[in-house]
Design a binder for this molecule. Structure first.
Ligand code: 1HN
Length: 357
């Protein structure tokens, strides 16, 4: 999103030109030649800043919200993770939203649907479920759950402890296009549909029901349990070379197409072993990280702009577009991350730079 404030117009412009700019402004015009240099930059320049949220601090604040508002009243009791470079934008990056959602035992977050797509990545607690088009999915830490565009969804909690998950949505992206829609279901819950786990059983074993043509944009699987993804990483680590930039990084996919699990958000689970030092990497996607296990350091930016974040499991950090970064792993780490890579790829805009190439 480019703000069109024309504040960059230089002070040393001749009075004639300034008069002219004032005159054309009345007709809804402005001089490209005063703006071109910030509209087109040799390399990407975004407003988002690298940032790190320590879970131990945000957790306390999040739990306090339960004393002030119920999930039902809030509709969704979420503390937005707002990028400090985008104040008031309800965004964690130029294209993505992220927040931490809290649901307490017995609570319900009522059914609604919207055009932006959502993902959940479970941070703590168990016994809560999300129902997508009536199919319940019980969520455990590390599980990755999707709510594709325009699917009815409600959440509930049948357990005993607070449950917290990371919400990721493509709202800023959809907003810039303008295609935002929301609808509230007339009742609290959408009618119960297939039994819990149905979508995973039906589509999660490299088979699919004959005669069923699934939606070709989004995965028919609503939940990717941590246990299964974790086991895959564990098995692959012994037979795979580590990528010097990513360690061992897998993407969550729609098994019916091989495309991304969510049509507008790329999602990944990544293993980096103890002592791993990744090489410098940058790409045009903006990445939001949620470590599940382990700890380490991410060094973002370079020279005077270098920032160092020491992170551990349950923290969140964001690496904005085109920020060079590298990891140093202290304790073997499994990290979930999501980005707008798929949108950029589909539009032919995604780029990466490995090392100093
Ligand atoms: C939403 O519907 C959910 O369904 C979570 O849990 C976060 C953030 C912005 C707008 C809608 C949910 C959201 C959201």
């Amino acid at each position: 999103m480019m703000e069109n404030t024309h504040e960059d117009i230089k002070k040393d412009i001749s009075p004639d030109r300034l008069d002219y700019y004032a005159e054309i402004k009345k007709s809804g015009m402005a001089p490209l030649w005063e703006n071109l240099h910030h509209m087109l930059t040799p390399e990407p320049k975004v407003k988002s800043l690298p940032h790190h949220w320590e879970y131990s601090s945000v957790r306390k604040l999040l739990l306090n919200s339960a004393n002030l508002i119920s999930a039902a009243e809030a509709e969704r009791r979420v503390l937005m993770l707002e990028n400090p470079g985008l104040p008031g934008n309800c965004s964690i990056t130029e294209s993505l939203f992220a927040g931490l959602q809290l649901i307490m035992p017995g609570e319900v977050a009522p059914a609604h649907r919207h055009s932006p797509a959502a993902l959940r990545f479970i941070i703590e607690g168990s016994g809560a479920y999300t129902a997508v088009n009536g199919e319940k999915t019980y969520m455990e830490p590390g599980d990755f759950v999707i709510t594709p565009s325009w699917c009815w969804h409600d959440h509930g909690h049948e357990g005993k402890e607070p449950v917290v998950w990371l919400d990721g949505l493509d709202i800023p992206l959809v907003r810039v296009i303008g295609s935002i829609f929301v609808e509230h279901y007339p009742e609290e819950r959408f009618p119960e549909g297939p039994p819990p786990g149905d979508s995973l059983e039906r589509y999660g074993n490299n088979m699919r029901p004959v005669g069923v043509l699934p939606d070709d944009l989004n995965s028919p699987i609503f939940s990717y349990p941590y246990e299964r993804s974790r086991e895959t990483l564990e098995k692959l680590r012994n037979s795979s070379d580590l990528d010097p930039y990513h360690g061992l990084k897998l993407e969550y996919i729609d098994p019916t197409t091989g495309g991304p699990a969510i049509s507008t958000i790329s999602t990944f689970l990544q293993l980096m072993p103890k002592g791993f030092k990744s090489e410098k990497y940058q790409s045009t996607e903006s990445l939001i990280y949620s470590p599940v296990e382990g700890s380490g350091t991410v060094i973002i930016g370079q020279g005077d702009n270098e920032q160092v974040f020491n992170w551990k499991a349950q923290d969140i950090f964001v690496i904005p577009c085109w920020h060079p970064h590298r990891f140093e792993i202290k304790e073997e780490a499994i990290v979930f991350n999501f980005s707008d890579k798929i949108v950029q790829t589909k539009l032919g805009l995604w780029r990466e730079r490995r090392g100093n190439a």
